[in-house]
Design a binder for this molecule. Structure first.
Ligand SMILES: [Zn+2]
Length: 87
């Protein structure tokens, strides 16, 4: 994840707990291509909550970004196999 992007967005955001301008977004964990992101204060460590970078399917609970990646990968393989057999 590009930390410079977050620093630019959060440089003027003040922590309500300690009044510093040290807000940061950290990656708590990763599940394939989906990350669990948390907004915290770099000075006092106060957490403002976390969220995932991708939605989940309501039925399977799998992350949408991972399902899309698998579908695209399967299409690429199908395309490569079609090209190979058309020679
Ligand atoms: Zn703070």
């Amino acid at each position: 994840m590009d930390q410079d992007m977050w620093s630019s967005l959060l440089k003027n955001v003040t922590c309500s707990e300690c009044s510093s301008n040290s807000m940061q977004v950290i990656t708590k964990s990763s599940f394939g291509l989906s990350n669990n992101l948390e907004l915290t204060c770099g000075a006092c460590g106060h957490s403002y909550g976390s969220t995932f970078s991708s939605n989940r399917s309501s039925l399977s609970k799998k992350f949408d970004v991972n399902n899309k990646f698998v579908r695209v990968f399967c299409r690429l393989v199908e395309g490569m196999l079609l090209l190979r057999h058309s020679r």
